[in-house]
Structures are given as structure tokens and as C-alpha cells.
Design a protein around this ligand. Structure first.
Ligand SMILES: Nc1nc2c(c(=O)[nH]1)N[C@H]1C(S)=C(S)[C@@H](COP(=O)(O)O)O[C@H]1N2
Ligand SMILES: [Mo]
Length: 439
């Protein structure tokens, strides 16, 4: 995606750009290459198919080299995402990849299948041995530690942790809200290894004045490399919670470059943006942090419920998002599954999680919510891991069915039927629905 024209590429990414300014997007993808025969596979139906896949016409199709695969479709060919498998590309600038629900069937999400949510550039040529983490601000002894120091000075712990993007489910908001249109797959539960943030902070000496963290990472704003891509924080109590980790390993390997190599925060149960990637500094503050992603309407909810589409001022957005709400996911069968005949039982399974709470009940409906079938639900592998559930379901007759899943947590929070609308498209936790046809 070279910009031969010297024009600054739009930061929102190619897919969005194809939708809004297809000519400019085409210029970025194809440059101004002159090729002798560009018709090739793009004749007639081929071009229509590709346009449909891109969601836009291709005004400069005549310039496309024969057999050319648009960057927007060539996920695996995009630089920097080697080691990712089967994910849907929501945007490439910054890179955002969503996992289809049926690829999340494993108890522990593999690195290849963990969703990616980036705000800026991904740091390149990272030297893990030279990487340092600085702890400063409201501490008595500011520290700068290498990863070797972390491993040597503090107990190393492993745990599974749900990381879910605050915008997961945004695609179901009506009217639509801006941002990545995540459906259900901006969530994963990998195994993370690292040291407790609490241990590091205690070594640095937390002053009584410390009320909030400020997280800093090495990724940069796409348009201005002097600006951070994201800098959020959490209340000091959550920072001192023993499951809040500074992680240097993911699924027993080095952290993948897209997931924050070589060091990241893991703040399980909380909005994904709290889990700073490419972590190089944590500052303790005596006020709520005001970094990129903390102010205005960013990762905040309005003080009162809004009518869908209601326009309001930033001042109403007083509630900083913390824990994620109760939710469940059907990971088998995949949506669109065909059951061979009526009366034959199939196993339906998935996961459920509930932020700071524990899921107490998962129920499924095949009759649009009129009656519910209770699933067998496992305890989490550790606090903040998602919980596996499964149930046998038999369909009475042939035809079209939907399977709906609804989780309830130990505080009696239940997944809703309809989105509680907010303009950021945050915390969408409507019930997951899949389609099943009985032949
Ligand atoms: N430095 C940095 N950390 C970051 C982000 C980012 O853009 N930059 N994105 C955040 C958001 S919004 C989410 S949802 C999670 C996603 O983590 P993952 O990409 O490892 O799945 O990372 C968080 N940490
Ligand atoms: Mo996110």
C-alpha cells in the first residue's frame, strides 16, 4: 500500500476507504501500475464478484493486473500478521481482526485465533532483551526493569483470561455507531504468563496519593508518530488485584507481535482497552488518567440511558467503562449448520463470561425465547477465565430454527434481547443467535 502520490493515507483503513472513497482506495491498492493485459479474471462476473466481496465498485478495475488480489481481500498476505488463521479483516489501518464464533470452540484460545484490536502502528524490530518497563509517578522508588528483571525479582504466574473489546457487538447497534463493526468475535481467552502488577507496584512503593494508573505503550498514532496510539488507565484497586498481570508470554510462547510483543498488561474481565500492549511505562497518578482513550466519549457511557440515536454532549459521559457485562457465545455448531433429520440430538456448546462476576446459568432457546433449555455449565479454570457450557438439543420437526444463548451471572444480570444503545457502540451483549436448518 505505497502512496506514490505523496498523499497521506486515510488513517481509517482500506476497507472503510473502499466504502467512502473507492477511487482513492484503488489508487492505494493498485498504485499507478500500467499493465498490458488487466482484464484476466476480472472480466464480467469476476469483477462483479470481487466488487461484492469488497462491498464497493472498483472504478479503476481496468488498471488491475490480471490475477491481482486486492490487499483488502488478501488478509494473510498483509504484512505483520503471519501466524493468524481464519480471522475476518475489519480494517487494515490500524489492523483489526475478528474471530468467527466457531473458531473459538477451544477452552483456551490459540494465538492464531485471538482477535486483534489495534489503534495505531505496530512497533517493529522489537528487541525483547533490551525492552524496559518504567514505573513512576506516585511511587516512592521509581523503577526501570528489563523482562529478565521481572522474571527474576517477582513470582511468575500463569492464568487464562478473557480479553474482550469494549466494542464487541457494535454491529448490532441500531442506528449504527462509528467504529469497527465487531459482531461477536472480538473476544478470546488465552493463557497468559507474567508477573503480578501488584508485586511490581509494591516494590516501587505505592504512595497513598496514588488513585489511578496511566498505561503507556510503544505503538504510535497513525497520523502523528509523536502521539501515542492509546493510553488508558485503571483505578489503583484493580491494578493491585492479583490477576492483573504484566505478561511476557501468551499460550506458553512469546507474545505475538500483534498482541503486544514483548510485554503487555492483562486486566482480565475489564474492557480490552485497559490491557495495554507493547507496554513500556506505568505511571501512578493522583487523579483519574486523562490519556488517549480516557476523555470525551471514549470508553465511556452516558449518565442516563439514551434513546437510540440521541445526540448529546460529552459532559453527559461520566461513566468510564470498567468490567465487561455478562455474555455467552455459541461455538458449535457453526451458524448455518444443517441437522440431517428431525428428532436427532446435536450437541450445542460454547463459553460464557461475566467481567468481575461469575456465570451461574446458561440457557438456550430454539423457539425465539418462548421456552429455555438449561445447559451444563463448568466452573472457570481460574478466576476471569471463560466458562464452558454444553447441552444436547433435539429439533422436533424439519425447518429453520435459531438457537439463542442467554447467560445469567451471580448478580442476576441477564443478557438482554435488545441493545442498550450508546453512541460509542460499547458493551453490546445481546444474546448470540445462530441459524440451524433441519433437513
Ligand atoms: N498499546 C496498545 N494497547 C492496546 C490497544 C492499542 O491499540 N494499543 N488496543 C486495546 C484494545 S481496544 C483491545 S480490545 C485490546 C485487544 O487486545 P488483542 O489485540 O491482543 O486482542 O488491546 C488493547 N491494548
Ligand atoms: Mo477494544
Amino acid at each position: 500500500m505505497k502512496d506514490q502520490g505523496g498523499r497521506v493515507p486515510a488513517p481509517e483503513g482500506l476497507l472503510q476507504q473502499f466504502a467512502t472513497d473507492p477511487e482513492a482506495a484503488d489508487r492505494e491498492v493498485f498504485g499507478r501500475v500500467a499493465c498490458a493485459d488487466r482484464r484476466g479474471f476480472l472480466k464480467g462476473a469476476g469483477l462483479a464478484t470481487m466488487s461484492a466481496m469488497l462491498g464497493a465498485t472498483i472504478p479503476f478495475a481496468r488498471n488491475m493486473p490480471s490475477g491481482f488480489i486486492p490487499v483488502a481481500l488478501a488478509e494473510e498476505a498483509l504484512a505483520g500478521i503471519a501466524g493468524k488463521e481464519g480471522l475476518a479483516l475489519l480494517g487494515d489501518k490500524p489492523l483489526n481482526l475478528e474471530t468467527p464464533a466457531h473458531l473459538l470452540d477451544d477452552a483456551v484460545t490459540s494465538t492464531a485465533r485471538h482477535f486483534v484490536r489495534n489503534h495505531g502502528t505496530v512497533p517493529e524490530n522489537v528487541d525483547a532483551a533490551a525492552w524496559t518497563l518504567t514505573i513512576d509517578g506516585e511511587v516512592t522508588h521509581p523503577l526501570t526493569l528489563t523482562i529478565a528483571d521481572l522474571k527474576q525479582k517477582f513470582p511468575v504466574v500463569s492464568q487464562q483470561a478473557v480479553i474482550e473489546c469494549g466494542g464487541n457487538g457494535r454491529a448490532f447497534f441500531n442506528p449504527p455507531t462509528k467504529g469497527n463493526q465487531w459482531t461477536v468475535g472480538a473476544v478470546g481467552c488465552a493463557k497468559w504468563t507474567g508477573v503480578r502488577l501488584a508485586d511490581i507496584l509494591k516494590a516501587a512503593g505505592v504512595k497513598p496519593s496514588a488513585v489511578y494508573t496511566a498505561h503507556h505503550g510503544a505503538d504510535r498514532d497513525l497520523a502523528d508518530p509523536n502521539k501515542p496510539a492509546l493510553s488508558r488507565g485503571i483505578p489503583i484497586e484493580k491494578a493491585l488485584e492479583p490477576h492483573t498481570l504484566v505478561a511476557f508470554a501468551m499460550n506458553d510462547g512469546p507474545i505475538h507481535p500483534q498482541h503486544g510483543h514483548p510485554l503487555r498488561l492483562v486486566v482480565p474481565g475489564w474492557v480490552g482497552s485497559a490491557s495495554q500492549k507493547w507496554l513500556n511505562r506505568i505511571e501512578l497518578r493522583n487523579v483519574v488518567h486523562d490519556g488517549k482513550g480516557m476523555t470525551g466519549k471514549s470508553y465511556r457511557l452516558p449518565a442516563r440511558p439514551l434513546q437510540p440515536g440521541e445526540e448529546t454532549t460529552d459532559a453527559l459521559f461520566t461513566r468510564i467503562i470498567t468490567a465487561m457485562p455478562v455474555k455467552s457465545l455459541i461455538t458449535a455448531p457453526p451458524s448455518g449448520h444443517v441437522v440431517s433429520k428431525a428428532g436427532k440430538g446435536i450437541e450445542v456448546r460454547g463459553h460464557a463470561w461475566a467481567g468481575e462476576n461469575v456465570v451461574r446459568d446458561v440457557a438456550l432457546s430454539i423457539d425465539f425465547g418462548a421456552t429455555w433449555i438449561r445447559a451444563q455449565l463448568a466452573e472457570p479454570a481460574n478466576k476471569y477465565a471463560w466458562q464452558r457450557w454444553h447441552v444436547q438439543i433435539t429439533f422436533p420437526t424439519e425447518g429453520y430454527y435459531e438457537i439463542w444463548a442467554r447467560a445469567t451471572d451471580d448478580k442476576e444480570n441477564v443478557q438482554p434481547f435488545a441493545v442498550s444503545w450508546n453512541p460509542g457502540g460499547f458493551l453490546g451483549n445481546v444474546m448470540h443467535r445462530i441459524a440451524v436448518r433441519v433437513a
